[in-house]
Design a binder for this molecule. Sequence first.
Ligand code: LRH
Length: 465
Amino acid sequence: GGICAVAAVDLGATSGRVMIGRVGDGVLELEQVARFPNGPVQRADGWHWDVEALWGHVREGLAEARRREPSIESVGIDSWAVDYGLLGPDGLLAEPFHYRDERTARGVDAVHAVVPFEELYRRNGLQFLPFNTLYQYAADPRVVDAEASLLIPDLLAARLTGRRVAERTNASTTGLLDVRTGEWDLALAEALGIPSSVLPPLVDPGETIGVAGSGAPGLPVVAVGSHDTASAIVAVPLSTPHAAYISCGTWGLVGLELSAPIVTDAARAANFTNEGGVDSRVRFLHNVTGLWLLSETVRAWSEHDGVPVDLPDLLAEAATVSTPARLFDADDPSLAAPGDMPARIAALLGMPEPRAEARAAFARVIVESIADAFARAVRTAGDLAGREVDVIHLVGGGALNALLCQATADRSGLPVLAGPVEATALGNVLVQARALGCFGGDASLDDLRQRVADAFPPRRFAPRP
Ligand code: LRH
């Protein structure tokens, strides 16, 4: 058969990319067309995303992708969850906030005063994260003035097509979807003073959102798992219900794929979430602070030194030091905000900030602390779901970090299968390709995952005693 080509826009919390995906018989490949930095930008009123810059990069990247591969049939967009732009008649009312801006704390109290967390969990199934969209709305008075509120991928899709929709997997991270029906919980929105008019019609991965205008003339925009984690889980080569996954980038999303949500008291107490997956699967997982701890540490040292600190070099050296005796809780809330990361970690450890010659050992403590949190979350996921977990798939950028993969295997006592690194972009590409009919008829998630396993055999890390 022939080859299908699609474009994938994948916006991560540290960088964004435009890729060409090619899919066919025995073919599954990605070509990176554009990569651009992304991250929190500080303005007078707090941390934001520079969405205008992202939009420019996306448009240019798509133009370049189509120059290189004129047969591209569609584009799909994914990004981090929860953040939104409020739209008025002339576009954005204001620059979207970054979920790490601390204004969300005010929203938490306001929401819980109206709907206690226990009830919220029963209704939306989400773990408590202070930046879930419903808390952000409670700290954002402009929401009542908006015509619509669009999550970041939907915002870009609307710029391309003129259509305002809410893709369902990402909408599940707002806290305003009913965890049982997958529809907007309008009664909840009303109770929280969020006008139902700002909540756009829901679409599912695989549906065509529209055809792009001047941003990418004539190109169909297809909904994918627009929550990056939903796309990543599509491309985890899970082969049994006993497999857990860790989607490891800025965050480590640790859990299981289920067919129905678990909203028990125990799941709530363990802070496990039930996010919406592609094909109505449930992403039953916990957010562990992931590579953010390393990237922020390296950023602080680079700023201090005035020259960039090389992460791969640092990790290679970290692998040579002995296993640290003391760890810190990677999930500690004090590590959420940008800036001063080495100082904040040192404070948790009760020690001074490391001098230059102790940096590798410090990096090792960070890696082991992340791995420890990963292992605990895998164990909890299995306990809560009543499943005997026997293997962990680790996908995303973290799969390149052999030290982290091995430490996760060692601390969990389970084999870690690392890769693909590009799970999110692959999941984005596969869902588009399926929607375009490139697989001839219907392909199940199992079929898609088999293609991933064939094209990207994972690297195995056996647990050491
Ligand atoms: C990972 C991610 C995660 C969310 C967080 C805001 O990029 O989408 O799934 O919890 O960002």
